[in-house]
Design a protein around this ligand. Structure first.
Ligand code: ZN
Length: 130
């Protein structure tokens, strides 16, 4: 069991209250009719699958039911920060590559709490995605 910080409830809640919903920051084309089939297909179906820092959309399904974003390390499963929809991440792959914070980020700026993944959490996340 581990806890995830919900930026709307402003507290740590049990992991079972949350569900991942895929890549974050996917922008719907302003004029879908003007898109080529390839552009529309990219928007609908193609997602990044990076090794390392990844921004994801999650929902606090059994809590406030609001969507928010999570910055997660796909190698260690560590959740580095959570932030509200419309906000920008403070932890990015570019900053992680340039800095010394890879795998040892304690607190992201902006007052958001960091939640490290335990072995049980890793198993849980894997099971949910399989
Ligand atoms: Zn919540």
């Amino acid at each position: 069991m581990f806890h995830i910080y919900c930026p709307y409830c402003e507290e740590l809640r049990e992991e079972e209250e949350f569900h991942p919903k895929g890549e974050a920051h996917i922008v719907r084309p302003k004029d879908p009719e003007a898109c080529s089939d390839e552009e529309w297909g990219d928007y609908l179906f193609f997602r990044d699958n990076p090794r390392g820092i990844h921004h994801e959309l999650w929902v606090h399904a059994v809590g406030c039911r609001k969507f928010f974003n999570v910055t997660r390390n796909t190698v260690t499963y560590e959740i580095l920060e959570t932030y509200k929809i419309g906000e920008r991440p403070t932890v990015t792959a570019e900053r992680a590559a340039g800095g010394d914070n890879q795998g040892n980020v304690q607190v992201a700026s902006g007052g958001q709490q960091t939640v490290g993944a335990s072995g049980a959490a890793v198993a849980s996340v894997k099971g949910e995605r399989a």
